[in-house]
Design a protein around this ligand. Structure first.
Ligand code: FPP
Length: 240
């Protein structure tokens, strides 16, 4: 096959998204920050539909970071409430689209009532294999690596693994969701060029798409633009 710098052969299986700009969106409209997050939750519904149309198998959303606990108490409580509401509204759509819900992060940090709703949606959709929606909750890329290292230390101590066998392939098995392929594409809204502790291990070779659009305004059309931009890039994985 002829080399063509504009056309890549790999399809997209996994898109990871940093949903940024809810606060600015609300401020521009004189609304509370939580109103911005509410609009952000609506945008997720649009993106899930768009992802389905593009046959994307995995969508990972950065819904709450390990650093987000530092936000004012009412914003944290509001976000936890919104998460429950989001799951109650969207579990029906997950069933319709045969989508399995998963969560990555330090899930035990979440309030009990939030975990209950989350666990229920995760269990109720666990039979689906076609698509997966992964919510990163109380998630930090560094925390994930540290949690992995602790589990490796434990297995080493118990004689389950040998030092000579510790390599990238083995380490992957200690991540929160080792079976999920790395994202081909990472989208960040609201124009910030930062990784903000998101999927540090998994995004090593991913393409980044940054848009000025604030998350609540992100829709099917924007999602399609991001996918099209990916297909115009040439991925070399450090080769030539
Ligand atoms: C960043 O906006 C967004 C978040 C911290 C959380 C993302 C949450 C949602 C999209 C809504 C809730 C969704 C679920 C699934 C619960 P920001 O507040 O940092 O925006 P800013 O940078 O403009 O202040």
């Amino acid at each position: 096959m002829a080399e063509n710098n504009l056309v890549i052969k790999n399809g997209i299986r996994h898109v990871a998204i940093i949903m940024d700009g809810n606060g600015r969106w609300a401020k521009q409209r004189g609304l509370s920050r939580i109103e911005g997050h509410k609009a952000g939750a609506k945008a997720i519904e649009k993106v899930l539909k768009a992802a389905d149309k593009h046959s994307i198998e995995y969508i990972t959303l950065y819904a709450f970071s390990t650093e987000n606990w530092k936000r004012p108490k009412n914003e944290v409580t509001g976000l936890m409430g919104l998460l429950k509401e989001f799951l109650e509204i969207n579990t029906k759509i997950l069933h319709e689209k045969e989508t399995r819900l998963r969560a990555i992060g330090r899930i035990s940090d979440l309030p009990f009532s939030t975990r209950q709703v989350l666990d229920k949606s995760i269990n109720d959709t666990s039979q689906y294999t076609k698509r997966q929606l992964i919510l990163a909750l109380s998630y930090g890329g560094r925390a994930e690596i540290i949690d992995g290292v602790k589990k490796i230390a434990e297995d080493y101590k118990n004689g389950k693994i040998k030092e000579k066998n510790i390599n990238e392939e083995l380490f992957r098995n200690y991540l929160y969701a080792p079976d999920i392929p790395d994202p081909e594409l990472m989208i960040r809204t609201s124009g910030e060029f930062r990784l903000s502790n998101f999927l540090l291990w998994q995004l090593s070779y991913s393409e980044f798409y940054i848009t000025e659009t604030l998350w609540p305004d992100f829709d099917e059309n924007e999602f399609t633009k991001a996918i099209e931009s990916y297909y115009l890039r040439n991925r070399r994985y450090g080769g030539v």
